[in-house]
Design a protein around this ligand. Structure first.
Ligand SMILES: Cc1cc2nc3c(=O)[nH]c(=O)nc-3n(C[C@H](O)[C@H](O)[C@H](O)COP(=O)(O)OP(=O)(O)OC[C@H]3O[C@@H](n4cnc5c(N)ncnc54)[C@H](O)[C@@H]3O)c2cc1C
Length: 503
């Protein structure tokens, strides 16, 4: 039997994707004779944004054996219970997308059907009143979810806002400690095997040649290997998600950071606000055919709270995905794989999943095509489902105050999204597919936030009389509020557990 084991993995790029991959694989292959080399160029640098996450980030770091609070201290992180969306449905409106459940199922019927009946009977109470993370966020409070929840009312999750550069540095320290070899050099050429076009080595600016069996392209928007060398192709989704630019600036922070991200719709895009322990990250994501870079930057600077600590930076991108994420002996992760705007903070989460899938499908030197096909199938589904979820945020709007909103509100949407909306409207059913990053409550948050309600609810709910139903809803609301009110303020939570120089 030939020895087909992969012995040399080469990671290209030392941004968040590269160092997450290095950390993940150094742990996976610990004590095994597998060499991992990471090449990055400090002359080129990293994208330097990407500071809001979703809860899977903590699954990733916990699997590496990293304590949540140690990570928070190292990255000056704050907690994130979800995202507040302002001015999306209409100017002046606001809703919250929490990481958690709404209410409690009864007879296996999801809570929102009961809430819909109450609403149809005249109740004005928002569905967020029945979600613990929504109420915690509203009160500016934070507590970690109980590992042994007493009921569905206590089930929620949390994520982090962190400093992207510190996070990559933290992952680097972890990986280097486990033997990952780092080379700080610019790659100037990629050598392909003449017989099959597989990558065999990289040529560096200092004349060095780095050979490998398996290459992970984390070179950011440059996509040095997957596109530059292998010409894999890119599926452009700008017709559905037309934002193609972002202006980003950091400003002074506040004493009591909000435990959530804010996304405020603007006339040709939206603005993020991500509070860290020591500062606030701000950015305006916009569509360049509808607004100039100068105007977008000025809107951003007019809508930040503290003194700017940096000059604004403009970033350009094309929304979409690589036609294949795994091509020959190369897998693309991070921005090299594709990009969707950070409206739901999904890019780092997609890196997590890709590392997890790659572990499960890790090849040997025969590079069985089935492994690549399955990896590509899973990643494509994940990208498409996130794409549909993002499109919903725009397409559900009632805004008609600018050409951008008029065009995006009336555009054609993917059939996969149309299908989900049809079933939801008809019966209140939220269709969830395998590999979906966002579960039913997330879809519900965006739909209800845009005042899109089903025509009917589950017929079982009609067997409950209104008085009983209202009493139960009232009990749920009271219990949630009581729990939320007993939690510390977010600032206190950070000071208690993880503030820098304070613990
Ligand atoms: C505006 C904006 C906002 C974002 N916000 C979020 C967010 O809130 N949440 C989230 O999850 N994600 C967000 N993202 C995405 C997130 O920033 C990225 O997914 C993440 O940082 C990973 O980037 P990367 O490592 O793929 O690329 P980069 O950070 O660009 O790293 C690329 C690496 O490749 C190296 N490289 C490139 N060419 C060469 C060469 N020739 N030789 C040697 N090395 C080379 C560079 O030196 C660098 O180390 C955002 C992205 C943008 C554009």
């Amino acid at each position: 039997m030939p020895d087909n084991r992969i012995e040399n993995i080469v990671i290209v790029g030392g941004g968040t994707a590269g160092w997450m991959a290095a950390a993940g694989f150094s742990q996976y292959f610990r004590n095994l004779p597998v060499n991992i080399t990471l090449i990055e160029s400090s002359d080129i640098g990293t994208v330097g944004v990407g500071e809001a996450t979703i809860p899977t980030i903590l699954d990733f770091t916990r699997e590496l054996g990293i304590d949540d609070f140690e990570l928070m201290r190292a990255t000056q992180a704050t907690c994130k219970l979800g995202i507040e969306f302002k001015d999306w449905y209409k100017i002046g409106s606001s809703f919250f997308h929490p990481f958690g459940l709404y209410g409690q199922e009864v007879r296996s019927v999801p809570f929102h059907h009961y809430w819909l009946k109450s609403r149809q009977s005249g109740s004005q109470l928002d569905i967020s009143e029945y979600s613990l993370p929504c109420v915690l966020a509203d009160l500016g409070r934070m507590e970690r979810p109980s590992p042994t929840p007493q009921s569905q009312l206590d089930v929620y999750d949390w994520a982090l806002h962190f400093d992207a550069t510190l996070f990559a540095g933290f992952m680097r320290e972890y990986a280097e400690h486990r033997g990952v070899h780092r080379i700080d050099q610019k790659i100037i050429d990629v050598e392909l095997r003449p017989e099959d076009g597989f990558i065999q080595a990289l040529r560096l600016e200092n004349g060095e040649r780095v050979a490998g069996d398996f290459f992970i392209d984390c070179s950011g928007f440059r996509a040095l290997l997957i596109e530059g060398a292998l010409n894999t192709g890119y599926e452009n989704w700008s017709h559905w998600l037309p934002c193609d630019s972002a202006a980003a600036v950091i400003c002074e922070g506040t004493e009591n950071p909000t435990p959530y991200t804010q996304a405020t719709a603007r006339k040709a895009g939206w603005q993020w606000r991500i509070p860290l322990q020591h500062r606030i990250g701000n950015g305006h994501v916009y569509s360049s055919p509808y607004i100039s870079d100068d105007e977008a930057t000025s809107i951003l600077l007019n809508n930040i709270e503290g003194k700017p600590l940096t000059d604004p930076r403009i970033l350009k991108f094309t929304t979409g995905r690589r036609k294949k994420f795994w091509n020959k002996n190369c897998v693309a992760l991070g921005l090299a794989a594709g990009f969707m705007e950070p409206l739901e903070s999904t890019s780092i989460a997609v890196i997590n999943t890709a590392i997890e899938n790659l572990r499960k499908l890790f090849p040997d030197k025969s590079f069985n095509q089935s492994c690549a096909d399955e990896f590509n199938r899973r990643t494509t589904l994940e990208f498409e489902q996130i794409r549909d979820f993002l499109i919903l945020h725009y397409n559900a709007t009632q805004r008609d105050d600018s050409p951008f909103w008029n065009d995006i509100r009336t555009m054609d949407i993917p059939e996969s999204l149309n299908y989900k909306l049809k079933i939801y409207r008809a019966r209140g059913l939220l269709v969830k597919d395998h590999w979906e990053t966002f579960h039913e409550p997330s879809w519900l948050a965006i739909l209800c936030g845009h005042h899109i309600y089903p025509d009917t609810f589950d017929p079982v709910v009609d067997f409950y009389d209104n008085d009983n139903l209202e009493r139960s809803l009232d009990r749920i609301r009271t219990a949630i509020r009581k729990t939320a009110e007993s939690a510390p303020k977010h600032g206190e939570f950070i000071t208690r557990h993880c503030a820098i120089n304070r613990c």
